[in-house]
Design a protein around this ligand. Structure first.
Ligand code: PEP
Length: 241
């Protein structure tokens, strides 16, 4: 089954969270769907979400606990019932200077606490235009997943999100996305053998109800990570269907 993950970023009021889940609860269809609201709304989302939806976070600290004002630990996320965390989203890399090495520490921390991780990778427009897409993505995998030896089945997911396609309305063509997904699959296999080969790969970048089917039809695309189109329940359900 394909996995659709919604990243709400810094959006949604309490009332909008309630309205979203009211509509999801009214649907008779069931899919595998995950949603990452703002951290403050995780508790509310957990109360309201139907059983087929898992709730997670958009970020976590690389530290266990302690004097890190403003941070949220993976242990706390796990404790309140979150089941996954996004690591290395391009907005975190670009706006908060997160490096591959920092991502590696966050991934280790999240896995240690029993959360699933969606590790985001992807090239900028300049990197794509200078032919460096695969180089960049492979480096993000090698450095972000450094020191990792094992994880529970399904606990590690990789999302390929070309930076030029996020929130821009520009989508990678299904063939462009498939090419990179195949390269990611091979690199994961090279790094982690069979375990690497079994990692689910999501595509992200302006996925909408009208382009999702072609993307999901590609052999190495196992699901989608969706920003804008995940905010409205109707669109999110259309994506899942
Ligand atoms: C994202 O933020 O992960 C994303 C893919 O956003 P959008 O779907 O809006 O491009």
């Amino acid at each position: 089954m394909k996995l659709i993950v919604g990243n709400w970023k810094m959006n949604q009021t309490q009332a909008q969270v309630r309205a979203f889940f009211e509509m999801l609860n009214a649907t008779t269809r069931r899919h595998e769907a995950w949603i990452a609201p703002q951290a403050l709304h995780i508790g509310l989302a957990l109360q309201l979400a139907p059983a087929f939806v898992r709730i997670g976070a958009q970020n976590c600290s690389e530290h266990d606990s302690g004097a890190f004002t403003g941070e949220t630990s993976a242990a706390t996320l796990k404790d309140i019932g979150a089941s996954f965390v996004l690591v290395g989203h391009s907005e975190r890399r670009q706006l908060f200077a997160e490096t591959n090495t920092l991502c590696a520490h966050k991934i280790a921390q999240a896995l240690k606490q029993g959360l699933s991780v969606i590790y985001c990778v992807g090239e900028t427009l300049a990197e794509r235009e200078s032919g460096q897409t695969l180089l960049v993505v492979k480096r993000q995998l090698q450095e972000g997943l450094q020191n990792l030896s094992t994880w529970n089945p399904g606990q590690l997911i990789v999302a390929y999100e070309p930076v030029w396609a996020i929130g821009t309305g520009k989508v990678a063509t299904p063939a462009e996305a498939q090419d990179v997904h195949l390269a990611i699959r091979s690199e994961l296999q090279r790094l982690f053998n069979t375990q690497g080969q079994q990692v689910k790969l999501l595509y992200g970048g302006s996925v909408k109800p009208d382009n999702v089917a072609d993307l999901m039809g590609q052999q190495d695309i196992d699901g989608a990570l969706v920003g804008g189109a995940s905010l409205k329940a109707q669109d999110f359900l259309a994506l899942c269907q």
